[in-house]
Design a protein around this ligand. Structure first.
Ligand code: 2P0
Length: 340
């Protein structure tokens, strides 16, 4: 048995990804920019079982996937299998895998568990199947599982480029040092998945073409602001871009609204804090939780100020996906008869 274990962290976009130009390859309509966090990791082990390979004639065609100690749903397992099929294609392998994953964030609540999930899975699966991929190619591979996962391969601030398959990957960008306060307003599973909502937005929103061009402009401005180490400009772009994303989502048919009344109250509270000299800016993903960026020296004050709106967690910039255990192949091979 060959196993590999990887750990990856979620990321929160400051310039959002919302819409695909190619659903199969997961190529975005525009680039995006995010901060990989140092909290809420996903840890994933991929174990290949030689006994189920087709060379033994016993291939059942089924990977197994467990999430947080329970057998995952057929949908989730199917998504993992489709991803592993891509890895097997690259590796020239037909060996099935057992995937075991633990998530420290509530799955499906808008805390980007698919980003950390597919970043960890790509990293562990590439190692288990013996692929020798650099970080750029791991980012491209993770993208095939979930677009935002491409960014969780990168430490700290990451830009994910739009483009064709070869050019659509994430890489690091330098920018201002910042912290983020995550305000968890609700941990329930969202009613409409990001994937379905993105598709509906692209198909039905009259504003979608403007969303694409405005995201391109926001990303160009954000890259300039990062290069200039300009926290204020980064923050202003972050907040207005997030509200534009929610506007285009709300404009689809039938409409989708991810922000809850409490989410809007957090945006208002942060705007009021800015008036008082606590400089912070809000964003929110496809759910009601709000992430607020702040300068490091004001981070604890912000956390304390927002504690009344839900559970609050102060986080910083974290590492891109890493292998934490590079496999038991050597040990298994050294012990004849061991393993499968
Ligand atoms: C983002 N989100 O940039 C945006 C903002 C949510 C809101 O990326 O279909 O789970 O798997 O590529 O990556 C969520 O979308 O979607 C997302 P798929 P994904 O973070």
């Amino acid at each position: 048995m060959t196993t590999a274990t990887a750990r990856a962290y979620p990321n929160i976009a400051l310039v959002k990804y919302w819409g695909k130009q190619d659903e199969d390859l997961i190529l975005p309509v525009a680039g995006s920019l995010s901060l990989t966090l140092d909290a809420f990791p996903t840890t994933t082990t991929v174990a290949l079982d030689a006994a189920t390979g087709t060379d033994t004639g016993t291939d059942t065609g089924i990977d197994t996937f467990s999430l947080n100690g329970a057998v995952a749903t057929a949908d989730a397992t199917g998504r993992v299998t489709r991803f592993l099929d891509r890895v097997r294609e690259l590796a020239g392998s037909e060996t099935r895998a057992t995937v075991t994953s633990t998530n420290e964030a509530p799955t499906g609540a808008g805390l980007a568990s698919s980003a950390s999930g597919f970043a960890a899975l790509a990293t562990a699966a590439a190692a288990a199947y013996g692929l020798d991929l650099d970080r750029r190619d791991l980012s491209r591979l993770a993208r095939r599982g979930s677009g935002s996962a491409s960014r969780s391969l990168v430490d700290g601030l990451a830009v994910w480029h739009a483009g064709d398959d070869a050019h659509s990957y994430a890489e690091a960008v330098a920018g201002p040092d910042m912290r983020m306060v995550i305000v968890t307003v609700d941990t329930a599973q969202k009613a409409v998945s990001s994937r379905a909502a993105m598709r509906r937005t692209a198909l039905t929103s009259p504003f979608f073409p403007a969303w694409i061009s405005s995201t391109e402009e926001s990303l160009a401005a954000m890259l300039e602001a990062c290069a200039a180490d300009d926290f204020t400009r980064v923050g202003r772009i972050t907040e207005s871009h997030a509200l534009r994303m929610h506007a285009v989502i709300q404009s689809c048919d039938p409409p989708i609204r991810y922000l809850a009344p409490t989410s809007v109250a957090v945006f208002d509270a942060v705007a009021a804090l800015r008036e008082q000299g606590l400089e912070a800016y809000s964003t929110a993903d496809a759910g009601p939780n709000v992430a607020v960026i702040v300068r490091p020296e004001q981070a604890e004050d912000l956390r304390d100020a927002l504690a009344g709106f839900g559970s609050v967690r102060l986080v910083g910039a974290g590492d891109g996906a890493r292998l934490i255990d590079a496999g038991a192949t050597a040990a298994a091979e050294a012990r004849p008869g061991a393993g499968a």
